[in-house]
Design a protein around this ligand. Structure first.
Ligand code: PEP
Ligand code: MN
Length: 244
């Protein structure tokens, strides 16, 4: 997987999704992640657009050529969501949802497996095994921060997980500097540090009007900030590629 799998968090409308898809493509993103089903901590928060969200993502892929990554949260949805998605995401809250893991292990789509917020590396790799053991060998791990007593940041980014996973496994690992920090100001330094630690990619939330976002707006980059991030990260990624 190339360096910046990226883009926005959650599909809110067609107009907004298409605008962001074009912007991240222009900035050099290799993939686009959009959530049609959102695993929200509160049942009263925005839950995503479901099928309509997937149709919007399909249109964005047609227009931009960017492969689509989307989260699946219910084992009953896996086979039909896989018809719309190029990559299936398993969110942190579902990392140990074993029936969901087995179900994505039976479809022919790469799985982006986020680290549970309370999970050790061993537990995370065991979750990956659930997918692998069903026959799906395309698992990409995503470090997204773990819960600690620190609350200045949304989570604590465990950057040591990147080289540690490389010691323990052959699976690719990417980093989510958005959910791990929850702070726009920390996204660039943590992105650079992730690449320096050997990450295979980044997943960054982008929104064209963060103040109006239905979810996670305060941690999303605007398209110009995302483009500037890509310009900073690209030379480091190239350097790492030739010096690893
Ligand atoms: C997300 O990727 O939008 C998300 C909810 O992340 P996580 O599962 O890591 O909390
Ligand atoms: Mn989010």
């Amino acid at each position: 997987m190339g360096l910046s799998s990226s883009s926005r968090g959650h599909v809110e409308s067609e107009e907004q999704t298409l605008a962001i898809a074009h912007a991240v493509k222009a900035a050099g993103a290799h993939m686009m992640r959009g959530g049609a089903f959102k695993p929200r901590s509160s049942p009263y928060s925005f839950q995503g657009l479901g099928l309509r969200g997937l149709q919007i993502l399909e249109r964005a892929r047609q227009e931009t050529g960017l492969p689509v990554v989307t989260e699946v949260i219910d084992p009953r949805d896996v086979s039909w969501v896989a018809e719309y998605a190029d990559v299936l995401q398993i969110g942190a809250r579902n990392m140990q949802n074993f029936s969901l893991l087995k179900e994505v292990g039976r479809v022919d789509r790469p799985v982006l497996l986020k680290r549970g917020m309370h999970s050790t590396l061993e537990e995370w790799l065991n979750s990956a095994e659930y997918v692998l053991s069903e026959g799906n060998e395309q698992v990409i791990l995503c470090e997204r921060g773990i819960r600690t007593f620190e609350n200045y940041t949304r989570n604590t980014l465990d950057l040591s997980a990147v080289p540690a996973i490389k010691e323990l496994s052959r699976l690719p690992i990417i980093v989510d500097p958005t959910h791990s920090t929850g702070r726009v100001s920390l996204i660039e330094p943590m992105s650079l540090a992730s690449v320096a630690a050997g990450a295979d990619g980044l997943i960054v939330e982008v929104h064209n009007k963060p103040a109006e976002a239905l979810c996670d707006g305060d941690q999303a980059l605007t398209p110009p900030l995302f483009s500037a991030l890509m310009d900073r990260v690209r030379p480091l990624h190239e350097f790492m590629g030739t010096n690893q």
